[in-house]
Design a protein around this ligand. Structure first.
Ligand code: HEM
Length: 458
């Protein structure tokens, strides 16, 4: 059977995407119009097959290849290869190695105190703002998440984190600016020079950290560069991989936390439940310990619901190596399979009233009713995000620190409009007013009666 989809246009599909207000709007329209499997023109790949049904996605979950041409814009960042498009046989050992560090509890525990200190520094700064700000959540939280991954990957002492953060921002502004045709200040020569210097600084920093590790022979499974050295990888490959991890991690977590605060700011009952839980679990402590995180179950549900409604990485892509049977259809070898994570998350068959923010969807009972791939903010299969577990720890910690200390309210009249910029961004940031919460339980906001202390069931 032929895969349904709109007719071919000479502009490669750009006009249709623009007319729908972006790739996301276009995906939603395509799937509403043509069903769960759609063939469409994807700029940069000629044609692609998009799949918004979590059960059909299972048939693609083994595919271990990304379409190189869609990642070509990142090529200049890497000297020996971009992890994201390594061939399957080369990729598999790197994935195992990365997971052994990034997904392991030792690395989370080892970096937790430093992450907490960074989160508290931001909270202190916000607390000092007159009249509650407003604060630009995305700007502040993505800078913080880049800072956290720098510390995690490079170690707090061996690198000058501010200069690494600045260099990374420089490089990304240039490459993403090219991809999304966003104007970047300066002549092409000036920009090339700035980007070249920033990239050289990043490479030299990673090389220095590698050299220090080699000389002191320190290795353990909580340390990314140490583990890569121990595995016998060459310095240039290690450097490329560390940059790829930083690239993948740099904004995603900060964006996830911003969207969660945005949603909680618009749903005071849910925000209050999170605050109650924090008071219950932390008591009068301002920050959590690592072991507290697993007791913050409602906070985790709110974060998961936010990752559903605003997945920071909204799309994924694969390339078939052989023909693939997909329900009634057959996808040929060499085709681009497009993963519209956002459309999968809004599929009304699995998510009733999909646009509504309802953390209760993520109770274990509700989750068990859904197909495995209905919620995929970290992707799927052998190319899914190796940083998922670390990202959840970081995001829960940040939310716990911020929501224990502050209430967040939307700035009246400020429009929050999602746009796709490699991650799912808000066009004019997410501006919110922060006000201190009094420590401890049962403090009512002005104008509301104080809550009664909870009674134990009799
Ligand atoms: C909330 C935060 C994050 C989200 C939503 C996220 C999401 C994603 C998604 C959607 C992909 C592509 C998956 C696919 O194609 O199936 C990805 C890839 C990746 N992510 Fe994350 N990510 C997050 C944080 C992180 C962090 C903190 C790290 C590392 C410390 C990380 C490391 C990676 C790497 C290395 C890849 C490339 C995977 C590969 O090709 O082997 N991510 N991430």
């Amino acid at each position: 059977m032929n895969i349904p989809g709109p007719g071919t246009r000479s502009d490669g599909g750009l006009g249709a995407i623009a007319a729908a207000g972006g790739l996301h709007g276009y995906q939603l329209w395509l799937h509403a119009e043509y069903g769960p499997v759609v063939r469409f023109q994807l700029p940069g790949a000629e044609s692609a097959v998009s799949i918004a049904d979590p059960v059909l996605l299972e048939a693609t979950a083994h595919i271990d290849r990304r379409p190189e041409r869609l990642f070509a814009f990142l090529e200049p960042l890497f000297e020996e290869g971009n992890l994201q498009v390594l061939p399957a046989d080369e990729h598999a050992p790197w994935r195992r190695l990365l997971l052994s560090v990034l997904a392991g509890r030792p690395s989370h525990e080892r970096h937790f105190a430093r992450f907490t200190a960074l989160a508290s520094e931001l909270a202190d700064r916000w607390a000092g703002l007159p009249d509650g700000g407003p604060v630009a959540l995305q700007k502040d939280l993505t800078t913080l998440s880049l800072r956290m991954i720098c510390d995690y990957a490079l170690g707090g002492d061996s690198a000058d984190p501010d200069s690494v953060v600045a260099a990374f921002e420089e490089v990304l502004t240039e490459y993403l600016g090219r991809l999304y045709q966003v104007p970047v200040p300066g002549t092409p020569e000036e920009r090339a020079q700035r980007t070249g210097q920033a990239l050289a600084h990043l490479r030299a920093t990673v090389d220095r950290v590698i050299a220090v590790h080699r000389s002191d022979g320190r290795t353990d499974r909580s340390d990314l560069i140490g583990a890569l050295i121990e595995a016998g990888e060459r310095p240039a490959r290690i450097r490329d991989t560390v940059l790829a991890v930083m690239l993948a991690a740099h904004h995603t977590t900060g964006v996830a936390v911003s969207w969660t605060l945005h949603l909680l700011g618009r749903h005071p009952e849910a925000a209050e439940r999170v605050a109650d839980e924090l008071d219950r679990v932390l008591g009068d402590r301002a920050v959590p310990e690592y072991a507290d995180l697993r007791r913050l179950t409602y906070l985790e549900m709110a974060l998961k619901e936010s990752l559903r409604l605003y997945p920071p990485g909204p799309y994924g892509a694969r390339e078939t190596a052989e023909p693939l049977a997909l329900g009634d259809y057959e996808i040929p070898a060499g085709a681009v399979v497009f993963y519209p994570f956002w459309a999968v998350h809004l599929n009304p068959e699995h998510w009733p009233e999909p646009e509504r923010f309802r953390p209760e969807r993520f109770t274990p009972q509700e989750s068990a009713k859904r197909p495995r791939l209905a919620w995929i903010p970290f992707g799927l299969g052998p190319r899914s995000c190796e940083g998922a577990a670390l990202a959840m720890v970081e995001a829960e910690l940040l939310l716990a620190v911020l929501l224990k200390r502050f209430r967040f309210r939307p700035v009246p009249g400020h429009q929050v409009t999602p746009i796709e910029r490699f991650v799912l961004w808000a066009a004019d940031d997410i501006r919110m007013l922060v006000s201190p919460r009094a420590p401890g339980p049962a403090v009512a906001p002005p104008g509301r009666p104080a809550r009664q202390p909870r009674r134990s069931p009799s």
